[in-house]
Design a protein around this ligand. Structure first.
Ligand SMILES: NC(=O)c1ccc[n+]([C@@H]2O[C@H](COP(=O)([O-])OP(=O)(O)OC[C@H]3O[C@@H](n4cnc5c(N)ncnc54)[C@H](O)[C@@H]3O)[C@@H](O)[C@H]2O)c1
Length: 256
C-alpha cells in the first residue's frame, strides 16, 4: 500500500497511536505533516522522520494545531500544501482520550467537560475535513480516515461523552462520504478496540485490559501496530471504491 508522492496530515500525530500512523505513512512514502497541540513531541518526531531515510526521502514537518480552532486548522492545511503541493490524505486521529483522566458515571460529567470532549473529538474532525476538502475537490481525489472507536458499538461504561463523540464520528463519516463522493474523495473510519497503550492503562485498570483480550476471537492484547494496515489501506488507492464505512479493528470482539 504505497503512498509515494502523497501528502498526509495526521492530527494528534505527535504522540500515542497517532505517532504510529505518522511513522507508517512516512515509511509508505508519504510526506507527513504532524498536527498536534504537543510541540516538543511533534517537532522531535518530525525531525526523526526527516533524518530517517536521508536526503531524497519524503518530507515531514510539524505544525502546532488545536483542532477545535478554525484558524489553527486553516494554518495546518496551508502548511501541508506548502510541504508538497496537494493534500491527499487526512487522518483525523486527534481526540481527548488520555485527557479524559478517569472514568466517571454519566451523571458526574460536567457541562464544560462534555463540551470539550465534543469540541475536540467531533468538531475537530469536521473542521479538519472542511479545511482539506477544497484542495481535495480541486484534484478530484482525497482520502479522509476518521478514527472512531469500538466503544460506539459496545456502549462502554464510564465515559458517556467519549462514547457519544465516537458515535458522532461514525455518523459524520457517512454524511461526509455522501457529500464528497462526487468529488472523488473517500471518507471512512477505523474503529479500534481497546489498545493496551499508555493512555488505556491510565484510564483502565490492568484487569480490565486483560478482560478485553479474553473477549476477542483473537485472544491477545491489541497494539498500535494492529491498526496500521487498516489505516494505510483506507489512505491508499487500493480502497478507492470504499467509502462511508467503519472498519472495526479489535481482534474480533464485536462483529457487525
Ligand atoms: N487507545 C485506545 O485504546 C483507543 C481505542 C479506540 C479508539 N482510540 C482513538 O485512537 C486515537 C488515538 O488514541 P491514543 O490512545 O493515542 O490517544 P491519546 O489520548 O494518547 O492521544 C491523543 C492525541 O491527540 C492529541 N490531541 C488532543 N487534543 C488535541 C487538540 N485539541 N488538537 C490537536 N491534537 C490534540 C494529543 O496531544 C495526543 O497526541 C484517538 O482518536 C482515540 O480516541 C483509542
Amino acid at each position: 500500500m504505497a503512498l509515494t508522492g502523497k501528502t498526509a496530515i495526521v492530527t494528534g500525530g505527535a504522540a500515542g497511536i497517532g505517532a504510529r500512523y505518522a511513522r507508517a505513512c512516512h515509511a509508505a512514502g508519504a510526506c507527513v505533516l504532524i498536527a498536534d497541540v504537543l510541540r516538543k513531541e511533534g517537532e522531535a518526531l518530525a525531525a526523526e522522520l526527516c533524518s530517517a531515510q536521508g536526503a531524497g526521502s519524503a518530507k515531514a514537518a510539524f505544525v502546532q494545531t488545536d483542532v477545535t480552532r478554525e484558524d489553527d486548522v486553516a494554518r495546518m492545511v496551508e502548511t501541508a500544501a506548502r510541504l508538497n503541493g496537494p493534500v491527499d490524505i487526512l487522518i483525523n486521529n486527534a481526540a481527548i482520550y488520555q485527557g479524559l483522566g478517569r472514568k466517571k458515571p454519566f451523571d458526574e460529567i460536567g457541562i464544560e467537560e462534555w463540551d470539550r470532549v465534543m469540541a475536540v473529538n467531533v468538531r475537530g474532525v469536521w473542521l479538519c475535513a472542511k479545511a482539506v476538502a477544497p484542495l481535495m475537490r480541486v484534484q478530484r481525489y482525497g482520502k479522509i480516515v476518521n478514527i472512531a472507536s469500538v466503544v460506539d458499538h459496545m456502549g462502554a461504561a464510564g465515559f458517556a461523552h467519549y462514547v457519544a463523540s465516537k458515535a458522532a464520528v461514525g455518523g459524520l463519516t457517512r454524511a461526509l462520504a455522501r457529500e464528497l463522493g462526487g468529488s472523488g474523495i473517500t471518507v471512512n473510519a477505523v474503529a479500534p478496540g481497546l489498545v493496551a497503550n499508555e493512555s488505556s492503562l491510565q484510564l483502565n485498570d490492568p484487569a480490565y485490559v486483560g478482560l478485553a483480550s479474553k473477549s476477542r476471537a483473537l485472544q491477545r492484547e491489541m497494539r498500535p501496530d494492529d491498526l496500521v494496515g487498516a489505516v494505510l489501506f483506507l489512505s491508499s488507492p487500493e480502497s478507492d471504491f470504499i467509502t462511508g464505512q467503519t472498519l472495526i479493528v479489535d481482534g474480533g470482539a464485536v462483529f457487525r
